[in-house]
Design a protein around this ligand. Structure first.
Ligand SMILES: NC(=O)c1ccc[n+]([C@@H]2O[C@H](COP(=O)([O-])OP(=O)(O)OC[C@H]3O[C@@H](n4cnc5c(N)ncnc54)[C@H](O)[C@@H]3O)[C@@H](O)[C@H]2O)c1
Ligand SMILES: O=C(O)C(=O)C[C@]1(C(=O)O)C=C[C@H](O)C=C1
Length: 360
């Protein structure tokens, strides 16, 4: 590899995950990081970065610079740093809106190189403490241009592959249209779904009764507006266009129900099912099918270790685990998810033998 070091500006969910993932794989280059002092100290003490940068400008000593701040700050830093780069530098951002970066790049006179990037994976929580070396595993990493003239272009591609991601190229304009539909609109729908189900009727909170369907559709409603504000501002037109197309579809469904045209509604379901099933199940970013088992756990030490040990002994892999509800002094319900139905059934049997109350 020709690259001697990379710099990551912003060690939050995405920047921290890039650093952790590269540290977990075999790399020959150094990783420098820039963030607030307390985050840098954590990253250094956990050996997630090799050295801290004293300033953003110092990142120029690395061949590859990952820009991982929230969108508004990333754009500001991009405009300031890009003109100062030289031909050994490649700067790449990870932000959710892409065309604006290309527009700015075209106005900048730089000796360096730029590639627009957007990993199509994430979480509803942010910050270094939630970053994760496996975040990019099996995910799609969109690149919005190629820079084959850059001396270490192949190294850059190798680094993205080392994250465990698959690269797909899209033009920046098409990227912004696509993500308005598959990422930005769903975020706003999740917010709307939660807010509309927060209505109360005779002291009943509707969402207290929500099951898996509601949970699957609203996880991202917990995301912070700090990350979304600039995305919504900078992709406003494409988001509004995605709204129009959604409203049109939703209106059609509403009138089919109003008019009792259930055969036509069945066609809508069938066409949606077919399209949804075409999406590869093993790809991160799309919910792969998992089989849930609910386990009631008493509020006492050692309960979780009892579950994991019992399942480990039978070689059963827990793919996902979530604490759904906890009552002080009584206990809580965990959702355990398995990749196969047979595994979920076997886990139920094993945990019941250990004295746990379980349910599908
Ligand atoms: N969150 C996701 O799921 C996701 C997915 C794909 C892409 N992205 C993109 O990645 C980018 C970063 O998002 P994130 O979720 O990692 O955000 P984050 O809030 O987790 O991380 C941002 C980091 O920047 C640091 N930072 C902010 N202001 C700073 C300042 N003034 N000086 C020094 N450090 C500062 C923060 O301390 C934090 O560590 C965004 O542009 C977002 O669009 C996010
Ligand atoms: O929370 C997740 O699972 C995500 O994938 C987050 C998500 C998305 O839903 O599109 C959010 C914003 C992005 O820029 C990329 C990913």
């Amino acid at each position: 590899m020709k690259v001697k070091s990379i710099s990551i500006l912003g060690l939050g969910l995405i920047g921290g995950s890039i650093a952790k993932s590269l540290k977990a794989s075999e790399t020959t280059f150094k990783i420098f990081g820039y963030d607030k002092d307390e985050i840098l100290e954590q990253a250094l003490s956990q050996n997630v970065i090799d050295e801290k940068l004293a300033s953003i400008e110092e990142s120029k000593k690395s061949e590859i610079i990952f820009l991982c701040f929230p969108l508004d700050l990333s754009l500001k830093v991009f405009k300031e740093l890009a003109p100062k780069l030289d031909s050994s530098n490649l700067i790449t951002d990870v932000c959710g809106v892409k065309n604006i970066f290309h527009e700015e790049w075209n106005k900048i006179n730089s000796k360096g190189f730029f590639v627009g990037g957007h990993p199509m994976t994430g979480k509803e929580v942010s910050g270094f403490q939630n970053s994760d070396s496996l975040l990019f595993e099996n995910s799609i990493y969109i690149l919005t241009n190629e820079v084959k003239d850059y001396f270490a272009w192949n190294d850059f591609i190798e680094i993205i592959h080392k994250l465990g991601a698959r690269i797909n190229f899209l033009s920046p304009k098409v990227h912004d249209i696509v993500v308005a539909s598959v990422s930005h609109l769903p975020q706003l729908l999740a917010v709307s779904l939660i807010n509309s189900a927060s209505l109360q009727n005779n002291d009943i909170h509707f969402y207290d009764y929500a099951a898996g369907g509601f949970r699957d559709m609203t996880r991202i409603a917990s995301s912070s507006f700090d990350i979304w504000e600039s995305i919504i501002k900078l992709n406003k037109e494409k988001i509004l266009a995605a709204f129009d197309s959604f409203e049109n579809e939703f209106q059609q469904i509403k009138s089919l129900i109003e008019n009792g045209e259930l055969e036509k509604l069945a066609e809508k379901f069938e066409s949606a099912r077919k399209k949804r099933d075409e999406i590869p199940k093993n790809r991160k970013g799309m919910i792969s099918q998992l089989f849930d088992l609910f386990v009631f756990v008493k509020d006492q030490p050692g309960e979780i270790s009892k579950i994991s040990t019992a399942l480990y002994k039978q070689n059963i892999n827990i793919k996902d685990m979530e604490l759904l509800k906890i009552r002080e002094g009584s206990g809580g319900t965990f959702r355990l998810a398995f990749s196969k139905l047979e595994e979920a059934k076997l886990a139920k049997k094993i945990l019941e033998e250990e004295g746990f109350l379980t349910n599908f």
